[in-house]
Structures are given as structure tokens and as C-alpha cells.
Design a protein around this ligand. Structure first.
Ligand SMILES: *Cc1c(COP(=O)(O)O)cnc(C)c1O
Length: 341
């Protein structure tokens, strides 16, 4: 098969180091991994296999299709969206649902149950059963591995964090759950009171950072695109759709095989930056569906067929683009080859 003119360079050592760092920050709690949405765009199988080798034992996906992709990796997978009637037939043996409503609890019970996780809502008002339902006996007799809840604003210093933690802590001993789990990446950095028995980082595994508590998290993903052609643009000429960039002088431009269809969205027009060695290569003009132009005055020897790295440090790129760190990763499209090194 031909290689694509687009690739994600994925740093396996950085991924493993990030998990090890987060496992250390999690103290006595075990450290799992959220690998939903195709491992936040990196490729769920590639991520899960490497994290399992690093020692991770608990994986979280959104859907049963995502769980089936990990069926042969020999890892435990929890399905965060729980179980619909349509899901009951084809469930891989290594996966269990995170039951997220009274309806799902009933469905699971009627089907004979077995090991499951349960989500309790402590303030998100998204998925989860209410603490009052638990008190009323909804979960009695269920064989629960892990009781989960999810933080609304773990990336902010707000009173709701402590309120959710206290509501969740009050559930201890009220169910058959073997373990309790509250913290995502940002929640780990809130401190030991938030760790319970198992943490569930996602974004920080992949290079996302919010707090000084995440110092030491390393970038994992670097998009790279091949140059389709190099051209000279005369002073006063414009570049790309709607002529949003006018060359202030004669300049050299490289056209990359990369566009908004690949997740490099229009907000990078006249703002993003490529990199060849030390040379910074700013995006000039509008990003189009499959093409992006860079000024390559700083890289005289760069030409057709050469590869250019795209600046993609997550916190910096989020600030530059207005996209979230999550969107920056999960938007990366299918035309990228995903290459672990
Ligand atoms: C996605 C998700 C996580 C991981 O969150 P990050 O902010 O990426 O660390 C943890 N728990 C649940 C329930 C999730 O949906």
C-alpha cells in the first residue's frame, strides 16, 4: 500500500512516560486510561497495547464497537455509555458496561447481570443514576466492579469540585462496588482526596495539560504533511481562497497536502505554523479542504516531496486556535498514517 502524504508521528515513549507520571500522581489509586474516540484520534489499538505494556489495566471506551476493537488485546474494557438493548447480543468477554440509568440497570439485571460498573451522577447531569436511587436500593444485588462519577469542572478551581467529591465519598459502602473512581486527567491534579481507588486520565496521556500539576506531561502527537509543490509568489499577489493574504514582497511558498478535511481547521488560516528543523514556516492564506500554504523563505532547500512538521503543542495550539485540546486530537482525520516511533 502506498504511504499517505500525511502522517501522525506518535511518540510511544512519551505516551508511556505520561501514563507512568499520572500513575505516580494518582498515589495509591490504580491508574486507568480513557481510549474512547479511537484513542482520542491516535488509534485505540496502538494506544491500548502500549499502555497495557506500561502496566495499565483499566480501559474506558464510549461504545461497544470501540470495545470490540480491543477484544483481542487481553485488557479489561469499560463501556461508558452503558448498554442499549441493541448491544446485549454481541458483547466481547473482556468488556463490561458502565450502567448509566435505572433503565440500563433493569436491562442488565433481566439479562442475568454479571460484572458491571455503574456511573453515579454527582452534578454533571449527563449520564448516571442519582444518589437517591442508590439509597432506594436500585443497585442492590448487582455485581459491581467499579462505581464511577465524573467531575464537571476539574480544570477549574470551583466549589463544585469539593461538592461532587463529598457526594461521591458518601456512596462508599452503599453498594457492592469493589472500587470507586472519580478523577479524569484534571481531577488527578486536584489532589489525593479525588483519587479514590482508580483514576481515568485521557487527554493528559496524549499530551494535554491544564495545571501546574501536569508539569512533565510530554507531547505525543506531531502531524506531518508532505509538500506537493514549491512556488514563487510576486509582491502584491494573494494566496488562497478569498485572498486573505497578500504577499508583502516576493516570497517562496510551499503547498502542503493538509486541510480542514484532515482536522486542520480554518482557524489556522494565517495563524498556524509549520516547522522544518529550526525554521518556522507560517501558514499564509486560508486553509482549504485538502491544501495549506506555508511561507518557506526560511527554508531555502525545502522542496516537493519533503515533509514538514505542524506545530501542535496542545495547550499552545488550543490558545492559538480557540479549539479545545480534545478537539485538536479527535478531529485528526483518517487520511493520516499513524506511525508509532
Ligand atoms: C473522557 C472521560 C474521561 C477522561 O477525561 P480526560 O479529561 O480526557 O482526562 C474520564 N472519565 C469519563 C467518564 C470520560 O467520559
Amino acid at each position: 500500500m502506498n504511504c499517505s502524504p500525511l502522517r501522525l508521528r506518535l511518540d510511544a515513549a512519551a505516551l508511556a512516560a505520561n501514563w507512568t507520571l499520572l500513575a505516580g500522581l494518582s498515589g495509591r489509586a490504580a491508574c486507568g486510561a480513557a481510549v474512547k474516540a479511537n484513542g482520542y484520534g491516535l488509534g485505540a489499538r496502538g494506544v491500548a497495547a502500549r499502555l497495557a505494556a506500561a502496566g495499565c489495566r483499566d480501559f474506558f471506551v464510549a461504545t461497544w464497537a470501540e470495545a470490540r476493537e480491543l477484544a483481542d488485546l487481553g485488557v479489561a474494557v469499560s463501556v461508558l455509555h452503558g448498554v442499549r438493548a441493541e448491544d446485549m447480543a454481541d458483547r466481547p468477554p473482556n468488556a463490561r458496561p458502565v450502567l448509566a440509568s435505572a433503565e440500563q440497570v433493569r436491562r442488565w439485571r433481566e439479562a442475568g447481570g454479571g460484572g458491571c460498573d455503574v456511573m453515579v451522577d454527582t452534578g454533571m447531569n449527563r449520564l448516571g443514576v442519582a444518589p437517591e436511587q442508590v439509597s432506594a436500593g436500585l443497585l442492590d444485588g448487582l455485581e459491581i466492579d467499579t462505581l464511577l462519577s465524573h467531575l464537571v469542572s476539574a480544570d477549574e478551581e470551583v466549589p463544585l469540585n469539593a461538592r461532587q467529591r463529598d457526594r461521591f465519598a458518601a456512596m462508599a459502602g452503599r453498594t457492592s462496588a469493589r472500587r470507586m473512581s472519580l478523577a479524569n486527567s484534571a481531577g488527578i491534579a486536584l489532589g489525593p482526596d479525588y483519587h479514590f481507588d482508580l483514576t481515568r486520565p485521557g487527554i493528559a496521556l496524549y499530551g494535554g495539560r491544564y495545571r501546574s500539576g501536569h508539569a512533565g506531561i510530554r507531547q505525543v502527537v506531531t502531524p506531518e504533511a508532505q509538500i506537493l509543490q514549491r512556488r514563487r509568489v510576486a509582491a502584491g499577489e494573494t494566496i488562497g481562497y478569498n485572498a486573505t493574504y497578500t504577499a508583502p514582497r516576493e516570497m517562496e511558498v510551499a503547498i502542503l497536502n493538509l486541510g480542514y478535511a484532515d482536522g486542520y481547521l480554518r482557524c489556522f488560516s494565517n495563524r498556524g505554523c509549520g516547522r522544518a528543523g529550526e525554521a518556522a514556516l507560517p501558514v499564509v492564506g486560508r486553509v482549504s479542504m485538502d491544501l495549506t500554504a506555508l511561507c518557506v523563505d526560511a527554508a531555502p532547500s525545502l522542496g516537493e516531496g519533503d515533509w514538514v512538521a505542524i506545530d501542535y503543542d496542545l495547550p499552545e495550539t488550543a490558545a492559538l486556535s480557540g479549539l479545545s485540546q480534545y478537539e485538536l486530537l479527535t478531529g485528526l482525520g483518517a487520511r493520516f498514517d499513524r506511525i508509532w516511533e
